[in-house]
Design a protein around this ligand. Structure first.
Ligand SMILES: [Zn+2]
Length: 332
C-alpha cells in the first residue's frame, strides 16, 4: 500500500481479484507464491502432474516429503499456500487442461497466468483468453533462457499474432533435451507476477507492451516492441475469431511430458473405478493407492492413473509405446 502507484486502492482491488494459474511446476510455483503473498483474493491452480525429485531444484513450493507422498502438484501447492496466507482462497484442481474444460477453468477469474510447459496448452489458453476477453500473461523457460509477453484481448497482439503456427513436436528445445536452470524461472515468473499485479489492481497503463526475452547464461536481455503487433498481423484468432484449438480441431490426446521421459494419455469418458482397477492390477506389479491416484510399477514402466481417465506412463517418451502399455494394463 505504501508503493504509491499501487496504493491502498490497488491493494483493495487485488484482494477482490481472482487469478487462474495454469500449470503448477517451476513458473507456477513462483507465480502462486508471489500472488498469494501479495494478497490476491482467490487463486485457482490447475496442474495434471505429481511431484518428483527432479523437480525440486526449480519448483520452490515442493520438498522431499511431497515426493515421498506422491502428491499431485496442485494439492501439495495448495497446502503450502494456505500456510503462507490463510486469507487467500486457494482452489486446487488436478486436471489436464484441454478444449473440453479450459473455458470452465477460466470462469470467474480476472486473469490467466501461464505456468505450462508446452505450446499446445498455450495455444488453447490463447484461444480461450481471446474468446472470453480475459487478459493472460504468457511465459516460458528452457535452459537458461526465458520469454514473456502480456496479452490484453482487443488491445495488444496475442500468441498467434506472435507465432502464427504452433511449433511442431520435436522442433523446439524442451526441459528434457536441454534442462532448465532455476534462476531464469525466477526472473520470468517474477515479471509475469508483476504484470498480473498490474492487471488485477487496475493499472493497465503500466502493463508492458513488449516481448521480453532473457538469457541469463549469455547475459542477454532483449525487449521487442510489440504494441502494434495486433494491427500488423492478420491473426486468425484476434482478427478472424477462429478458435481452432478451443474447438478441438488442433491438439492431440497424448502428450509427451517435458523433462520426464513420460507420456500422458487423456481418455475422456466416465470416471475410472480406481479401487476396482487396483484389485485387478494386484499381482501384476507393485500397486500403490492414495486418495488422488493409483500407481502401478511394472517392467520398466510406472503407470499413474487418475479418476478422470488420465494416465501418465513413466519410462517412455514414445506415445505409441505409452498407448500400448496403457492398453495392456488398463484397457482402452
Ligand atoms: Zn492475435
Amino acid at each position: 500500500m505504501r508503493y504509491a502507484p499501487l496504493g491502498a486502492e490497488g491493494q483493495r482491488r487485488l484482494a477482490a481479484s481472482r487469478a487462474l494459474i495454469c500449470g503448477c511446476g517451476a513458473l507456477g510455483s513462483l507465480l502462486a507464491n508471489t500472488l498469494v503473498r501479495s494478497g490476491v483474493g482467490k487463486v485457482r491452480l490447475v496442474d495434471r502432474d505429481f511431484v518428483e525429485l527432479s523437480n525440486l531444484h526449480r519448483q520452490t513450493l515442493f520438498d522431499e516429503a511431497d515426493v515421498a507422498a506422491g502428491l499431485p502438484k496442485a494439492a501439495a501447492a495448495a497446502e503450502k499456500l494456505r500456510q503462507i496466507n490463510s486469507s487467500v482462497e486457494i482452489e486446487p484442481i488436478v486436471a489436464h487442461v484441454g478444449p473440453e474444460n479450459v473455458e470452465s477453468l477460466c470462469q470467474g477469474v480476472d486473469a490467466i497466468l501461464d505456468g505450462t510447459d508446452n505450446f499446445e496448452t498455450r495455444y488453447l489458453l490463447n484461444d480461450a483468453a481471446i474468446h472470453l476477453n480475459l487478459p493472460w500473461v504468457y511465459g516460458g523457460c528452457v535452459g537458461a533462457e526465458g520469454q514473456t509477453m502480456t496479452i490484453l484481448p482487443g488491445e495488444t497482439g496475442c500468441l498467434r499474432c506472435l507465432l502464427p503456427e504452433c511449433p511442431p513436436p520435436g522442433s523446439t528445445l524442451t526441459c528434457d533435451t536441454a534442462g532448465v536452470l532455476a534462476p531464469i524461472v525466477g526472473v520470468i515468473a517474477s515479471i509475469q507476477a508483476q504484470e498480473a499485479i498490474k492487471i488485477l489492481s487496475g493499472n493497465r497503463a503500466a502493463i508492458s507492451r513488449q516481448l521480453t526475452v532473457i538469457d541469463l547464461w549469455q547475459n542477454r536481455f532483449l525487449q521487442l516492441d510489440v504494441h502494434d503487433l495486433r494491427d500488423r498481423a492478420d491473426c486468425p484468432v484476434c482478427k478472424q475469431r477462429q478458435f481452432v484449438w478451443l474447438a478441438g480441431q488442433q491438439g492431440s490426446r497424448a502428450a509427451v511430458l517435458c523433462g520426464r521421459n513420460a507420456v500422458q494419455l487423456t481418455q475422456p469418458g466416465p470416471a475410472v473405478p480406481l479401487d476396482e482397477l487396483a484389485r485387478r492390477l494386484e499381482g501384476l506389479g507393485r500397486v500403490t493407492r492414495n486418495p488422488f491416484l493409483l500407481r502401478l510399477k511394472v517392467d520398466d514402466y510406472e503407470l499413474t492413473l487418475f479418476p478422470d481417465g488420465r494416465a501418465i506412463i513413466l519410462g517412455t517418451d514414445d506415445t505409441a509405446v505409452a498407448r500400448s502399455v496403457y492398453a495392456k494394463y488398463v484397457g482402452s
